[in-house]
Design a protein around this ligand. Structure first.
Ligand code: PLP
Length: 384
């Protein structure tokens, strides 16, 4: 599974400090920079606008995504909020069904106050997407695989359709990371991340990233980043660079463990259904295989009615019940009451997110330990 990205993640971006030769990007904990005369500076004036440590992570993510311009934010939602600020009253954004709950919420409860509308579309169906692209639609924001059913949307076909209609295509690449999937190379306009997840990778950081190729678009996003001000702090920029250095190794293990557990769960008598894009039985498996290098570290499953899912959630010993994903440790989540709680129940069930759906962020532990933990929790959940 090795690739040139293994090297790029370690040596890419602005790593070595030109002044001292420091091998790691120093933490420039400063808000301002001395000017030698009026209008004379070394490229830095004020840290909301530009900071050398943030430059380090912004150039690194841009190179890893195969893009020209990177932007770092205080959270994934700050990144998404900034990108959505490209639009104005009367515009409409199409989102995939099953987008991250926070993405739905910011459109439904915040941007609607500014007259920006949204439409939820099953973007795995290209015809459904095409008929949704009415004149007021200015962008399509997709996740593939989408949380929590790991629904697959074809990236290249979506990018083509958006180009034809003059609509911006935006991909939230949090679940795949550039290590597994590079949407810009398939014609997508904007890639964004919650770097809180796999890129940071250690559940010790909240951060967001945006990457684009087009210089005019980069100028607008840079302007918004500086105007709105939700930037990533120097120390967090350093932590993110540090996390990204091991992304290749971590993703390899996440994928290996998740595929193993997906196979094991599929043949377990207590399990009703497994959702994992690396399984041949998964809807969209072929499309995913063509646009991504592996299935990733996220899987979901449902237990049969004679097993009590509530008991399962309190019975694991290694796997922690918690929000978030993408860290080295395995995490368990109940989408209906956690990540997708902000989506009304009716809409949620329509999307296929039932009460008995269990989402697993598979960590990098010994796979047999994870399997044993799941087995004993399932055993405890059996209703006599
Ligand atoms: C977590 C997440 C976000 C939000 O990012 P934060 O860093 O929590 O603000 C957005 N999209 C996806 C897919 C996520 O998993």
């Amino acid at each position: 599974m090795q690739s040139p990205l293994d090297t790029l993640l370690i040596h890419g971006g602005l790593t070595t400090d030109p002044r001292t030769g420091a091998v790691n990007t120093p933490i420039f904990q400063t808000s301002t920079y001395a000017q030698s005369g009026l209008g004379q500076n070394l490229g830095y004036e004020y840290s909301r606008t530009k900071n050398p440590t943030r430059d380090g992570v912004e150039s690194l993510i841009a190179e890893c995504e195969g893009g020209q311009y990177g932007f770092a934010f205080a959270s994934g939602m700050a990144a998404i909020g900034c990108v959505l600020s490209l639009f104005k009253s009367g515009d409409c954004v199409v989102i995939s069904s099953n987008v991250y709950g926070g993405t739905f919420r910011i459109l439904d409860k915040v941007f609607c106050n500014f007259g920006i509308g949204y439409k939820i579309v099953d973007t795995s169906d290209l015809n459904a997407l095409e008929s949704a692209l009415t004149p007021e639609v200015k962008a399509v924001l997709i996740e593939t695989p989408a949380n929590p059913l790991l629904t697959i949307t074809p990236l290249e076909a979506t990018a083509k359709l958006c180009k034809k209609k003059g609509v911006l295509s935006i991909v939230d690449n949090t679940f795949m990371t550039p290590y597994l999937q590079q949407p810009l190379s398939l014609g997508i306009d904007i890639v964004l991340h919650s770097a809180t997840k796999y890129l940071g990778g250690h559940s010790d950081l909240v951060a967001g990233l945006v990457v684009v190729n087009d210089s005019a678009l980069a100028e607008r996003i840079g302007f918004l980043q500086n105007s709105i001000g939700g930037i990533l702090a120097p120390f967090d920029s350093f932590l993110l660079i540090r996390g990204m250095k091991t992304l290749a190794l971590r993703m390899q293990r996440h994928c290996e463990n998740a595929l193993f557990l997906a196979h094991e769960l599929s043949r377990h008598e207590a399990v009703e259904r497994v959702y994992y894009p690396g399984l041949e039985s998964h809807a969209g498996y072929g499309i995913h295989k063509a646009q991504a290098r592996a299935g990733g570290g996220m899987l979901s499953f449902t237990l049969k009615p004679n097993y009590d899912y509530k008991t399962f959630f309190k019975s694991t010993r290694i796997i922690v019940l918690a929000e978030s994903l993408g860290g080295v440790e395995s995490l368990l989540c109940h989408p209906a009451s956690m990540t997708h709680a902000s989506i009304p129940k009716e809409l949620r069930e329509q999307m296929g997110i039932g009460e008995n759906l269990i989402r697993l962020s598979v960590g990098i532990e010994y796979a047999q330990d994870l399997l044993a933990d799941i087995h004993q929790a399932i055993e405890k959940s059996r209703v006599q």
